[in-house]
Write a protein that binds this ligand. Structure first.
Ligand SMILES: [Zn+2]
Ligand SMILES: [Zn+2]
Length: 281
């Protein structure tokens, strides 16, 4: 398979490496459909974190489809064909810490705990794609990954949520999502939470991809809702007020639309709808 490998400080390359195999009864092999680059990968890239070795496979958050499971995996919880999101902490589910749902402190998933103890005083759990002192587990920036204790960590995505995609200009959509996120943060006091939800809106003919941005901010008065997409309209002093006008234009150019639900003092939800297409984003 192909995998992103750490080859030295500031040196990462895509290499062909052996496919992972089941090593322990509670392992699963996941065929990865999406993965991400995390901010903490930078600590590996720039050499801040010790105990990386040349050829280590990067990536500690990923999702995909279970293609193989070991004999000890609880079939009630996980089976071949399940789609899963895999968190970066590896947890046994049975130790003192796991019993209290303190997964990142699992006592059984870091075989190299003694290095971590030497360096940090205590050892956390093993982590995917994150140094040998945290277990030396191959990560998920690859086509496949071995997931230990697979009936504990992976979060199953229930059937019925199919893979949906839309055909779009990724850079322009990024601008839209950034604008909507920035607006949400501007509307909230520090520490406010922005919720982003991706889904499928079946109520439209053919269905639409729906992406919601929900904030807990000051909301918008009903009489303003018709005006927010006008160029120059803003509720933020000093802002040119182009954000939502641009968002609307970009989304309409993609054959979609944007809608807002808002209540004063309770927050706003901006929903972006885009046509579903067979092609990948
Ligand atoms: Zn991360
Ligand atoms: Zn544990």
């Amino acid at each position: 398979m192909k995998a992103v490998c750490w080859m030295g400080t500031e040196k990462m390359t895509v290499e062909t490496v052996p496919d992972p195999t089941i090593l322990n009864p509670r392992d699963a092999i996941v065929r990865i459909t999406s993965t991400c680059i995390c901010g903490s990968d930078l600590h590996l890239y720039n050499g801040l974190m010790p105990t990386m070795e040349q050829g280590d496979i990067m990536g500690h958050e990923f999702m995909g489809e279970v293609v193989e499971i070991g004999g000890g995996v609880d079939r009630q919880k996980l089976k071949v064909g399940d789609r899963v999101v895999v968190p970066f902490t590896i947890a046994c589910g049975r130790c003192f810490f796991c019993q209290q749902q303190l997964w990142s402190c699992c006592d059984n998933s870091n075989p190299n705990y003694w290095i971590a103890e030497k360096m940090m005083g205590y050892s956390p759990s093993g982590l995917f794609g994150y140094t040998h002192m945290l277990g030396g587990y191959a990560g998920g920036q690859a086509q496949y990954a071995r997931v230990p204790f697979a009936d504990v960590g992976p979060i199953k995505i229930e059937n019925g949520i199919g893979r949906i995609s839309t055909h779009a200009d990724a850079n322009r959509l990024k601008q839209v999502f950034l604008n909507l996120s920035l607006n949400a943060f501007r509307a909230m006091p520090p520490g406010g939470k922005l919720g982003v939800k991706l889904g499928w809106a079946p109520q439209f003919p053919g269905g639409l991809v729906q992406i919601d941005f929900r904030d807990e901010g000051r909301g918008l008065a009903p009489e303003l809702l018709d005006r927010i997409y006008e160029p120059g309209f803003t509720t933020t002093p000093g802002s040119p007020g182009l954000g939502l006008a641009v968002c609307k234009k970009v989304i309409e150019q993609h054959g979609g639309e944007i809608r807002v639900k808002s209540k004063p003092q309770q927050g706003s939800t901006f929903s972006v709808y885009l046509p579903v297409s067979g092609a990948n984003v």
